[in-house]
Design a protein around this ligand. Sequence first.
Ligand SMILES: [Zn+2]
Length: 300
Amino acid sequence: MAVPIVSERRSLGPHTTVLFGSEQGKYPDGNTVLVRGRDSSLVIDPSLSARSEALDVDRVLLTHTHEDHAAGVSGVRWQELSVHEADLAALRSVDDLMRLYGLAPESWPAMTQMVQERFFFEGWPQATGLCDDDVIDLGGVTVRLIHAPGHTGGHSVYLIEPDGVLVTGDIDLTGFGPYYGDAASSLDAFESTLAMVREIAAAHYVTFHHKGVVEGHEAFAAAVDSYTASIGRRTNDLLALLADGPSTFDELHAHGIVYRAGTRPANFGDSVEAHTIERHLARLLADGAVASDGQQYWLA
Ligand SMILES: [Zn+2]
């Protein structure tokens, strides 16, 4: 595979530069944000392509601990590496990253090999934790962590002022929709997060994948709304499966509601479908829309 390189750089203010990965940061690549202040500098989510930039900064911040967001960590010179404290264990050790994913034990060796060889994930025991509302002052520019859980427990967005840039991480506003398929994900938390971030006023919104930069709050709010609608679409897909008659969990899982037929990824796709269906089923059971005898599920 060719070494990914930054496809474009765009300045979003006096201190902030986006380093776009290939195809606007299509997975496995991503869009990296560089912030330079009077006294110090940092990068947020160094991607695979950022490895080719020979970046030398004081700090690396991650929006959350996932392999693609940490892929450039070992390719950047830094003094301190940080993530929200709820994702810190997974950043410190690859075994804890496997626990964050919630993979079945038989998938650990292949997934561990994948994150190490393809994403250069080492596990960094010296990494430090951040909390909601922590502010890093770089001199003339600040970076504020806003806890935005759901994708992972520690997922956070960063507000860069005075540049008016919100780095949204894997609130990526793609047609795929919100991802809450890890053990450490939460559908309820993701929905609360979407309602919260929708109200954050900024001039530029940077997503890690696909969308790249969304300009202005009006366009961002509209993008959040259509992204949020994917959650309801998955609920409807599950209800449509059950409309054909009672189903076991295994039957629902074989069909899936996340990935289109034939696109389920090896190593982690089964786990993602299972976590996602469990979360939608739990909600439908609680609402009384679906009933179960512990073996089968049907429309109530
Ligand atoms: Zn992620």
